[in-house]
Design a binder for this molecule. Sequence first.
Ligand SMILES: Nc1ncnc2c1ncn2[C@@H]1O[C@H](COP(=O)(O)OP(=O)(O)O)[C@@H](O)[C@H]1O
Ligand SMILES: [Mg+2]
Length: 262
Amino acid sequence: MAKVFAIANQKGGVGKTTTCINLAASLVATKRHVLLIDLDPQGNATTGSGVDKLTLEHSIYDVLIGDCNLVDAMQFSEHGGYQLLPANRDLTAAEVTLLEMQTKENRLRNALAPIRENYDYILIDCPPALSMLTINALVAADGVIIPMQCEYYALEGLSDLVNSIQRIGKLLNPSLKIEGLLRTMYDPRISLTNDVSAQLKEHFPETLYQTVIPRNVRLAEAPSFGMPALVYDKQSRGALAYLALAGELVRRQRANRHTANV
Ligand SMILES: Nc1ncnc2c1ncn2[C@@H]1O[C@H](COP(=O)(O)OP(=O)(O)O)[C@@H](O)[C@H]1O
Ligand SMILES: [Mg+2]
């Protein structure tokens, strides 16, 4: 049964999409079956997976409003090696359409139910807002992965985000966990980065991933070729960092399963 992780942060530009694409490809490299869901109308995860968002026959929007079966909207990312549920600007309309529907928060969860057993991991790339789309992701997920930059306002934003996730979880998905905090675009030469990083370690010793994602130009270049960094330049520091993250995520999963069984 797949573990479903929402990759979320209400801030834009923190590395959500980069994390989705590269973590998905790295999990595939470790022989896992992965589905990536693009839940952002910007469709960056779609483009970065090598799929043209302007010529989609079906997208996640059709799935959410019940116009199309999830399997019929899926596409294969050739370079990434994972399945993709693509998105484009049509998804902007989902906010309004969903509000008019009954059971608006459960639509993604219900759509995923029949296919969850076909995957090891399902990653959801969230838009940069706590919108009805993000709520759908949080209701469908087992855990939330929060990518963040170690900058001045990061900690403040983080506590708001964690509070919101906990409130939404309590109301709509009591088993939802904060799966992990991920430091992205990390530059240890900046002293503020080290200060914020030390505070994260102190406040979130269990949730903070040991793996940090360095600032690396290959990670920024790869999406314009529709590739994960692992294919674009597999020796790059960015590609190696995401491979390490996949390893840490899988080990954490095993350890949790172990504790849960004790
Ligand atoms: N580790 C990194 N090193 C260099 N550039 C990065 C890194 N992570 C993301 N970027 C770039 O930063 C921008 C924002 O990243 P993105 O993943 O799109 O963030 P989000 O999805 O949170 O808005 C993109 O142009 C992306 O290519
Ligand atoms: Mg994004």
